[in-house]
Design a protein around this ligand. Structure first.
Ligand SMILES: [Zn+2]
Length: 310
């Protein structure tokens, strides 16, 4: 009996110790140092660039295998105007190469549409070809690993966004940074006006599972904005949506929008910038290049803590 009692006490101490070690300690660590769990591990980078890439051609509904660097040329030509500064084109080449390689490492199919990166094979400007050749094989690395989520978008019209504020994943290199200098950016103060009832119809069509109730001027309200200044949450009727959901539902240029009303019947969305706002602003890259920044400097600004390989 005596022994049994001691064993019982030992068991309790053992259980308490294990609870502290396995539950309480990690919990306290995460609360105190949230940055510790911020880094989603990237794909390991072995310096290998594939010779070819298997591309799904959306329109033709078939696959084509093409040289990898030829693919990058076709992407840069499609994703950024050749008139942009040369260093911006080089930054785009490295970002696009990194993104493509990330998908290859993840074993994900790559297509030629906006779903992945737009690719075309004809009319490639010599300036684009040169930018790709001069950065041949170079990719973005974060702590020695491929920064495989090298996302980019057209223009920011203010700070960029933390990845987790727009998409689900947290990436230490995709954080909100300044992007105020975007010379020639066309997407400023775009207005989209519709009747409140057309707006309500559109939302009910897009989100049939939600119960909005009656949507009217008095119950449409922006509730919060992200660090980058885009709409984080907006109340519509009985529901709360994200800025990205509104952007997608209405086909707005950006989730950086203001709302105004004409009377009670008309609603206007005034947007600034174009795209999701995460990673490199292409007009911003052009602007930094105009200011004399190199492609490495442009990339390490928009993808914080990264460096170009080799
Ligand atoms: Zn795709």
């Amino acid at each position: 009996m005596f022994h049994g009692k001691i064993n019982g006490r030992h068991a309790v101490i053992y259980i308490i110790t294990m609870l502290i070690l396995m539950v309480l300690l990690p919990y306290v660590c995460i609360r105190l140092f949230p940055a510790l769990i911020k880094d989603v591990p990237g794909a390991p980078y072995d310096g290998e660039i594939p010779k070819t890439i298997r591309l799904y051609l959306t329109e033709e509904d078939k696959y084509e295998t093409i040289p990898f660097e030829t693919y990058i040329q076709g992407v840069v030509a499609s994703e950024m105007p050749a008139s942009f500064e040369y260093e911006a084109l080089k930054a785009q080449a490295v970002a696009s190469r990194t993104y493509a390689l990330g998908r290859i490492h993840a074993g994900t199919e790559i297509c030629d549409s906006v779903h992945c990166q737009v690719y075309r094979s004809d009319n490639i400007d010599p300036k684009v070809k040169k930018a790709v050749k001069e950065t041949k094989g170079q990719v973005l690395l974060y702590k020695g690993k491929l920064a495989s989520h090298a996302l980019y978008f057209a223009s920011s019209a203010g700070p960029t966004e933390n990845s987790q504020d727009v998409f689900s994943g947290t990436y230490a290199y995709l954080v909100s940074v300044d992007s105020s200098y975007e010379p020639g950016a066309t997407h400023k103060k775009e207005k989209e006006t519709m009747t409140v009832s057309a707006f309500a119809e559109k939302l009910k069509d897009t989100f049939p599972e939600k119960d909005f109730g009656t949507i009217r001027k008095s119950n449409i309200k922006i509730k919060s904005r992200s660090q980058g200044g885009r709409v984080a949450t907006i109340k519509v009727g009985n529901e709360t949506l994200s800025g990205s959901e509104i952007r997608t539902a209405l086909g707005l240029y950006s989730a950086r929008f203001q709302i105004s009303f004409t009377g009670t019947k008309q609603i206007t969305f005034t947007t600034a910038g174009s795209g999701h706002g995460v990673g490199m602003s292409q007009y911003g890259a052009h602007g930094l290049a105009v200011k004399g920044k190199t492609y490495q400097q442009i990339l390490s600004h928009y993808y914080q803590g990264t460096s170009v390989s080799r």
